[in-house]
Design a protein around this ligand. Sequence first.
Ligand SMILES: Cc1cc2nc3c(=O)[nH]c(=O)nc-3n(C[C@H](O)[C@H](O)[C@H](O)COP(=O)(O)OP(=O)(O)OC[C@H]3O[C@@H](n4cnc5c(N)ncnc54)[C@H](O)[C@@H]3O)c2cc1C
Length: 333
Amino acid sequence: MAEYKGILVFGELADGKLASITTELLGCGRKLADELKEGLSCLLASDAVGNLSKEAIAFGAGKVYVVEHPLLKEYQADSYMQVAEKLVKEISPRAILMGQTSLGRDLAPRLAFRLGTSLTTDCLNLSIDPATKLLVQTKPVYGGNAQAVFISKLMPQMVTVRSKAMSPLERDGSKKGEVIPTKVDIDTSKVRTKILETVKEEAVGIKLEDARVIVCGGRGVGGSEPFRTTLKELADLLHGAVGASRPPADNGWVPEAVHIGLTGKIVAPDIYIAVAVSGASQHIAGCSGSKHIIAINKDPEANIFREAEFGVVGKYEEVLPAFTKKLKELLAG
Ligand SMILES: Cc1cc2nc3c(=O)[nH]c(=O)nc-3n(C[C@H](O)[C@H](O)[C@H](O)COP(=O)(O)OP(=O)(O)OC[C@H]3O[C@@H](n4cnc5c(N)ncnc54)[C@H](O)[C@@H]3O)c2cc1C
């Protein structure tokens, strides 16, 4: 039987850099590996990884396995699967950390099935049980209303981790590590889909996932116009982004990409301003990681006030412009 040892982070690249989830996973992986007194490695797969292996070391990896192949230029499940499966079987990590990202959500269950192990998705916290060395995995359940702790006895232990749930380490370019070029012969007969074209959604302003301030509009906003005017004005003033609950996205008032919640984006900004959002559990599942929630709602009984640190009971049409005006005065002064 294989001896399982060390932590493996499945790295993701974005726009020629390490994706922020990868630096977060490396930060968490380093802590776990140190507790175990074992190694932290990172897999980087792409058509050209370049200097990013050094970046992974600067963010905490001890070893970086680099797999370069033209078929890995963009994420494609069948080819990435072959790479991940081969490496995991070769190095037998104790735990595999992946992001709760589009890639992670797609690849992690497939990989877990191939390895005959379990997978805990969307984890918010990970630690090591000192007695058994098993991974203690905490994740939200019941639409974010409770947190459950899972321990799986199957090896390797596999998890996906929510973006912004973990903090990256301070980048340290002087850190030493090992870069291991790894050859994987991808069997093209098993690559059943082909990416014909990638259409990038036009990104205007700050990305929702990266925004430190989010102004989120709900159904009570009443239409698309306020998203482009009052909500956007406040978001711009705070160098933030505009988001929405599900109904505005379903109604076509905003692009689907800005819908927050169980079936949308999961965000964790410093400040989350919920405007005319009732605070349904499926919505809160996407924003409960925010540091401070501020709610504006005309219904004093709205559930959002149970989640919010600060709240204003009133019509947003009156409250929001007054809030923005005051903020402008404060910023100017
Ligand atoms: C399986 C499943 C998955 C789901 N996933 C998601 C998800 O990912 N994200 C999500 O958001 N929802 C999701 N939902 C839907 C969710 O249950 C709620 O229906 C939804 O979040 C409600 O959105 P809302 O708060 O914008 O609208 P409403 O619940 O209709 O609330 C509107 C609020 O606006 C207030 N309001 C109205 N007018 C004004 C005004 N002029 N000024 C101030 N306040 C005003 C009202 O008092 C009310 O509280 C999901 C549901 C299911 C069943």
